[in-house]
Design a protein around this ligand. Structure first.
Ligand code: SF4
Ligand code: SF4
Length: 299
């Protein structure tokens, strides 16, 4: 089985629209929405939430007043000023580091796991989907991304599916790194703007560092031909395949409003034709079809 991760430097580049469109073209695939902080693939695919699970990803310190002697050690130790003078812990300020738990002389601090969100296995009209929702202000999104990718992989193995199509998180932080290990290739959806160029550059450098083949698709390329040219030149100089360019087409937005992908909305539109060309270029790329060989593959 192969896995393609679709990434962009920030939200709103068309990454999710393109992922959902690929789902119509790919045969035998499972979808994975790894943008757990702002998941929105479900808005297009209207999944039925078949199975739902809690995601516990951190710990929260809780002082037991029955055991606490109010010695003040935890107040001195906490670097996050989370212990109040009343010997209660501010749940928002507590980073769950566990220092107070380990060093309380009375062993008066409990350290239960906290509920950070939910993850789901759903059916959609285009195939199975694994997705998640991280709670507001919750951390550990990298851990949740790793978990749902693992579940997508299990589904692919169980149902004999050839491909995992992963809508990745934006940026280049921990969730992105968690999303690319063991992937066959990364598709960068780049916009032709100054910030879009730098975003693309950062993801390309990250992929190179981990030895994961990267390719780029320029979305709304006709809005700024000079920046498009700059992206193409950078890609050529850095051995990154430009798998296609998609013009600005309001059909993408109209499709999203109607909870459809571009092929379901208007398969004859220019955007649909160009998206199909991008897909054809990806699946015929030798790097995409080569065995995985990156330094994250054993994590
Ligand atoms: S270190 Fe333990 S005993 Fe001391 S104030 Fe904190 S919770 Fe209470
Ligand atoms: S777990 Fe860490 S952050 Fe939370 S109260 Fe204890 S020392 Fe402070």
């Amino acid at each position: 089985m192969k896995e393609l991760i679709i990434l962009s430097g920030k939200g709103g580049t068309g990454k999710t629209s393109i992922t959902s469109a690929f789902a119509s073209l790919a045969k035998n695939m499972v979808l994975c929405d790894a943008d757990v902080d702002a998941a929105d693939l479900h808005l297009i695919l209207s999944p039925d939430f078949k199975l739902s699970y809690d995601f516990k990803g951190g710990h929260e310190a809780l002082i037991n007043p029955e055991k606490c002697t109010q010695c003040g050690r935890c107040i001195e130790l906490c670097r996050f000023d989370a212990v109040k003078d009343s010997f209660e812990i501010d749940a928002i300020a507590c980073e769950g580091c566990g220092v107070c738990v380990d060093l309380c002389p009375e062993e008066a601090i409990d350290f239960p796991e906290t509920l950070c969100g939910q993850w789901y296995i759903s059916d959609t009209r285009l195939g199975p989907m694994v997705h998640a929702r991280l709670g507001i202000a919750q951390e550990n999104s990298g851990k949740l991304v790793a978990l749902i990718r693992q579940e997508a992989k299990k589904i692919a193995a169980r149902e004999n599916l050839d491909l995992i199509l992963t809508d990745g998180p934006p940026g280049i932080g921990c969730p992105v790194i968690a999303s690319i290990g063991q992937a066959n290739a990364v598709l960068i959806v780049a916009e032709p703007t100054v910030s879009g160029f730098h975003d693309m550059e950062r993801i390309a450098e990250l992929s190179k560092y981990f030895n994961i083949p990267a390719m780029v698709c320029i979305n709304k390329y006709d809005l700024n031909l000079e920046q498009t040219q700059k992206i193409e030149t950078y890609a050529r100089d850095n051995d990154i395949a430009v798998v296609g360019k998609i013009s600005f087409d309001p059909a993408f937005t109209e499709a999203m409003i109607q909870k459809k992908n571009i092929f379901e909305y208007n398969k004859d539109s220019q955007a649909a034709t160009e998206t199909r060309q991008v897909w054809d270029a990806i699946v015929s790329l030798p790097a995409f079809n080569a065995p995985v060989n990156n330094i994250l593959q054993h994590l």
